[in-house]
Design a protein around this ligand. Sequence first.
Ligand code: NAG
Ligand code: NAG
Ligand code: NAG
Ligand code: NAG
Ligand code: NAG
Ligand code: NAG
Ligand code: NAG
Ligand code: NAG
Ligand code: NAG
Ligand code: NAG
Ligand code: NAG
Length: 364
Amino acid sequence: MQLLPSLPLLAATLTAVVAHPGHAPPSAAELEATRAFKRSTHQRYSHCASTSSIQRRHALHSQTRRQQLLSDLRTQLRRNSSDYFSTVLGTDHQSNRTDLTSSNATTSTVFASNSSSACVLQPEVTIGPYWVSGELLRSNVTDGQPGVPLYLDVQFVNVDTCQPVPELFWEIWSCNSTGVYSGVSAAGNGNSDDTSNLNATFSRGVQQTDSNGASQFTTIFPGHYTGRATHIHVVAHANATLLSNNTLSGGGADGAIHIGQLFFDQDLISQVEALQPYSTNTQNLTLNADDSIFAEEASSQGSDPVVEYVLLGDSVQDGVFAWTTIAVDVGAEYTTQAAASWTDDGGVANESSQGQGPGGAPPS
Ligand SMILES: *[C@@H]1O[C@H](CO)[C@@H](O)[C@H](O)[C@H]1NC(C)=O
Ligand SMILES: *[C@@H]1O[C@H](CO)[C@@H](O)[C@H](O)[C@H]1NC(C)=O
Ligand SMILES: *[C@@H]1O[C@H](CO)[C@@H](O)[C@H](O)[C@H]1NC(C)=O
Ligand SMILES: *[C@@H]1O[C@H](CO)[C@@H](O)[C@H](O)[C@H]1NC(C)=O
Ligand SMILES: *[C@@H]1O[C@H](CO)[C@@H](O)[C@H](O)[C@H]1NC(C)=O
Ligand SMILES: *[C@@H]1O[C@H](CO)[C@@H](O)[C@H](O)[C@H]1NC(C)=O
Ligand SMILES: *[C@@H]1O[C@H](CO)[C@@H](O)[C@H](O)[C@H]1NC(C)=O
Ligand SMILES: *[C@@H]1O[C@H](CO)[C@@H](O)[C@H](O)[C@H]1NC(C)=O
Ligand SMILES: *[C@@H]1O[C@H](CO)[C@@H](O)[C@H](O)[C@H]1NC(C)=O
Ligand SMILES: *[C@@H]1O[C@H](CO)[C@@H](O)[C@H](O)[C@H]1NC(C)=O
Ligand SMILES: *[C@@H]1O[C@H](CO)[C@@H](O)[C@H](O)[C@H]1NC(C)=O
């Protein structure tokens, strides 16, 4: 399988920016969604952190390895989890792996190696105000948006067995280079008068994991918006079936077993933000160190929400290949709240959210 096509210099394709996202109040919808989430849910951690995926698979069949994992887990639990946030912040996630920049790297080469692979043992976090249900199963979600190409390869493992979870449907959504989400017309998300954005689908899509529990998205590196560090949302669905129109049954709204967010090294973000059109974004940049959801996800020993990555070329504008492993509880059930749905008649806002996203309207 071809994963990394040869990439033309992005500089040649960058287009001039015309739009400036709105100067809306600081993501009140996002903050409210976070508060609502904290009122309603719990966190879950696990022990798959310290081993690579291959090791994890073998560990299952080995009593010795199992005991080792148990011992590791106890050590981890003894550590002061509040110290872990600074450990994650201080970790450079740029990988020195050279096997991933060849044009024939596949999910098996990414995850079947012994090199340290970040394992995201994420606490569940808020779905936020910008999830759109009913998105299409597709790998390339760029829709022509200008930005740094991002090839995101994510492996899901079962939190109880540490085995890969094949055939799992999962999706991503993130804002574009100037900090606006597609599919949602709401205060705080660019120009709220631009209802045509309801019909935009960039940086959103669904994928199904392969036998390694992994699959890839081709997207662009997200920009930033007020109040949040640069991130990509992830939701994984249990029991979903694929309809003939390439969407999930129930719009994917039923049976979320994981709701999380992925982050990037701050110095990688800085390199991206220096480029057009990211650099034209007028919204304030929030650092990882100041992001409450980053802190929440990185608060537990072994839970590192920052993706590992290699640059595809000599500079960041040639593209970024990033990967991580997420441990999920396949029996979990989390509630999703959609700001809108993608339907056979395009994007349709969730009327109960009154155009503000499930987090509600920002204060005036
Ligand atoms: C980001 O998306 C918004 C909403 O669709 C759009 O107005 C803006 O032009 C996009 N940014 C870039 C750089 O294309
Ligand atoms: C854990 O970290 C906090 C904050 O740094 C500190 O106040 C506390 O004393 C630490 N506890 C232990 C047991 O190390
Ligand atoms: C890559 O990094 C790892 C961990 O940081 C280190 O142990 C290893 O020696 C490095 N490999 C090379 C080829 O530099
Ligand atoms: C990828 O291609 C290189 C030669 O370009 C070859 O040496 C290597 O074995 C290939 N790797 C895989 C996983 O096929
Ligand atoms: C992984 O590590 C094991 C044991 O240390 C070793 O036997 C194996 O060759 C390594 N595999 C790769 C792909 O490096
Ligand atoms: C992804 O799709 C865009 C159009 O939206 C296209 O320009 C680009 O070449 C595609 N990227 C890859 C790697 O196929
Ligand atoms: C998935 O289906 C199984 C079997 O019907 C059920 O027990 C489980 O609760 C479902 N999971 C979710 C998240 O809906
Ligand atoms: C950015 O932050 C500064 C300092 O907190 C504030 O004065 C300014 O209004 C903010 N700008 C925007 C666009 O939110
Ligand atoms: C896909 O099919 C479902 C079920 O008929 C429908 O509700 C949904 O609107 C369709 N979505 C798209 C994008 O065509
Ligand atoms: C989205 O596209 C559909 C189909 O072309 C159209 O019927 C609908 O009016 C559009 N919605 C908006 C908000 O522009
Ligand atoms: C629509 O928004 C409301 C209010 O935020 C929320 O409770 C509900 O779950 C959303 N509907 C769907 C289908 O997600």
